[in-house]
Design a protein. Structure first.
Length: 86
């Protein structure tokens, strides 16, 4: 997936949201131990540099597309930057 295509996919699939204490706050993470994308949730503390997300499409579909297109964490971070999310 080219950078511009990834940015458009991210824009249509995700929306950043504010962290709320004691609520489910989801973000995408690349799980190094099995080389797969996954969803992680924080409830009690906000991680620095993490973009908390609202998923606009089903999470399974989103992860399947990221894995099919072999999107790296660096590419996803770059798309977040280009969208002004980080």
């Amino acid at each position: 997936m080219k950078d511009k295509e990834l940015m458009e996919f991210v824009k249509k699939s995700l929306r950043p949201k504010e962290f709320k204490l004691d609520r489910r706050n989801d973000y995408l993470a690349y799980l190094v131990y099995n080389s797969k994308w996954g969803c992680v949730s924080d409830y009690c503390f906000k991680r620095v540099g993490v973009v908390y997300l609202e998923f606009l499409i089903p999470l399974a579909k989103l992860i399947k597309e990221l894995e099919r297109e072999k999107v790296t964490p660096e590419q996803l971070h770059q798309a977040y930057k280009e969208l002004g999310w980080v």
